[in-house]
Design a protein around this ligand. Structure first.
Ligand code: NDP
Length: 498
């Protein structure tokens, strides 16, 4: 596979890869070099309309099938991704700027795992039945779950195929057909998935992909009357725009949004593990993961030793060509995103923060000299209420904030408008449980970070989201439960009640 194979990203509508009706395109760039990768079909209302029509036509044939039938198709897609693991990993790395090692071991395997997981989860989904007796009558209440219909799936650029499949897999497994939009910043692997779907003969119209800008293609999906459910992962401001567009249309809406997650390190923690964990949480994927621990809260008695080791670790990270296997930090996703992160660092300076390391542009030798690289930054000296400690940066920037006791740690951890995730580092089990219960977040990790069992719930509180994904919660989002109440005769003919 080479660049010519990914130079033209097309929509996938009714089983065909097609350009936009008016031929409109957007430019795609490789962030590690700044060079053109080719064009992306730029869709809007017309393409969403066509995709929704195809998905509506395909819906009865897909939703009427068994979970086993649908699961078998998802497994075929997963097989095909795994067979072309290297192609997908290469494409994800080129399109996003992430290290190829991460794409090969995390992003792409997880995409295949998402498809396999929901193929199985739908097969094992149970439905409720309640036996009741009311006013002398015997009843069975049986809840059946019907697919909600054509589902809109909108995903971001940071974990492109990983999050794209996290949305489409449960939708398809639950019996819905899909109109999906990946971020126009990283559309390539969704287009490769479309090609794979064609190769395996995936039923036409069941999965449709419309590329294009959020306010054009994305908003057209959210507003389309033929799409009753919208699942979205992205920024909080976009989530608010989607919620206000969808609410008057009474659409089911699931929102996974931003975070400003705390990593809380107590003095009794295993320091080696905590430094390692905090570094990974802060800088993995160049700090561009919603779950990144961008605020590191450290008990004051270990502040100096912890911070100096954190700085050392950050400085040791290998920044370089994302296609090089030894690279740990690739480039940021775009020139404009790097500028945004740099503006956040400037704000940190203006607020009185000290940048202990990083925050500088890096120009790796060779083909990546014009890429959007930034060294990982550790910032200290800022109070919890500063904008730097309140606003999501979504880049390789972590702040260190001291605390004196457990109560203060919890107060600082919860003192933001977000509530997506947290990690706590301590050897004291009682404290770990106490603090976990009090932290306002959808996920709390203790002595680890970003371990995800796909059966567990996932989502955010406060401005980090609405609703839950993961396991049966994902499937339920794409279903409408109906309770059927059946009166029956429990005594039989000849009973004394007759
Ligand atoms: P955005 O909110 O900018 O975009 C996400 C998706 O929404 C993209 O496909 C985008 O299209 C589309 N979009 C933009 N505007 C609209 C609109 N008005 N209507 C419908 N769709 C629209 O997020 P980013 O892509 O920049 O991703 C980063 C953000 O995502 C961060 O805030 C991060 O925290 C969050 N995130 C949350 C996760 C979670 O699980 N909670 C996981 C990963 C990321 P396009 O890009 O093509 O314009």
């Amino acid at each position: 596979m080479d660049r010519s194979d990914i130079c033209e990203v097309l929509h996938f509508i009714d089983g065909e890869r097609v350009p936009s009706a008016d031929g409109a395109t957007l430019d795609n760039f490789e962030p590690a070099t700044g060079e053109s990768l080719g064009t992306i079909a730029a869709g809007g209302a017309v393409e969403v309309d066509r995709a929704t029509a195809a998905a509506t036509r395909a819906l009865p044939g897909w939703s009427d099938q068994s979970a086993e039938y649908r699961g078998a198709w998802l497994e075929k897609l997963a097989d095909a991704i795994e067979q072309r693991l290297d192609d997908f990993a290469w494409a994800e790395s080129v399109d996003n700027g992430k290290p190829i090692g991460a794409a090969r071991t995390i992003d792409i395997p997880r995409a295949a795992a998402n498809l396999r997981f929901f193929a199985g989860a739908a097969r094992f989904q149970h439905q409720d039945a309640h036996r009741s007796r009311m006013a002398g009558e015997d009843l069975w209440n049986v809840t059946i779950c019907k697919p909600v219909g054509v589902s809109g799936c909108i995903s971001p650029w940071n974990l492109p195929l990983y999050l794209f499949t996290w949305k489409i897999a449960p939708a398809l497994a639950a019996g819905c057909t899909v109109v999906a939009k990946p971020s126009e910043v990283t559309p390539v692997t969704a287009d490769l998935l479309a090609q794979v779907a064609q190769e395996v003969g995936f039923p036409a119209g069941v999965l449709n992909i419309v590329h294009g800008l959020g306010p054009a293609a994305g908003a057209a999906i959210v507003g389309h009357p033929g799409i009753p459910a919208i699942t979205f992962t992205g920024g909080t401001a976009t989530g608010a725009a989607i919620a206000s567009q969808a609410a008057p249309l009474f659409k089911k809406t699931l929102l996974e949004l931003g975070g400003k997650n705390p990593t809380v390190v107590f003095a009794d923690a295993d320091l080696d593990a905590a430094v390692e964990g905090a570094t990974a949480a802060a800088f993995s994927n160049q700090g561009q993961i919603c779950l990144c621990g961008s605020r590191i809260l450290v008990e004051r008695s270990i502040l100096q030793s912890f911070t100096s080791r954190l700085v050392e670790k950050a400085q040791e990270m290998t920044i370089g060509d994302p296609l090089d296997d030894s690279t740990q930090l690739g480039s940021l996703v775009s020139a404009s995103h790097r500028e945004k992160v740099e503006a956040c660092l400037q704000l940190a300076r203006e607020e009185g923060g000290e940048i202990l390391c990083g925050g500088q542009r890096v120009a790796p030798d060779g083909r990546c000299s014009e890429g959007y690289f930034l060294s990982p930054a550790v910032v200290t000296g800022l109070g919890p209420a500063t904008r730097t400690n309140q606003e999501e940066i979504f880049g390789p920037v972590a702040t260190v904030i001291p605390f004196d006791d457990e109560a203060e740690a919890i107060e600082i951890a919860n003192g933001v408008r977000y509530g997506l995730a947290a990690s706590i580092w301590t050897r004291d089990v009682d404290r770990a449980l106490r603090v976990s219960e009090k932290i306002e977040a959808g996920t709390v990790w203790v002595n680890c970070w970003m371990k995800r069992d796909l059966r567990t719930v996932f989502g955010g509180v406060k401005e980090s989201g609405l609703g839950r994904e993961g396991g049966s919660d994902s499937l339920k989002f794409f279903q409408e439960p109906t309770n059927i109440c059946i009166r029956f005769d429990s005594k039989g003919p000849g009973s004394s009640d007759e």
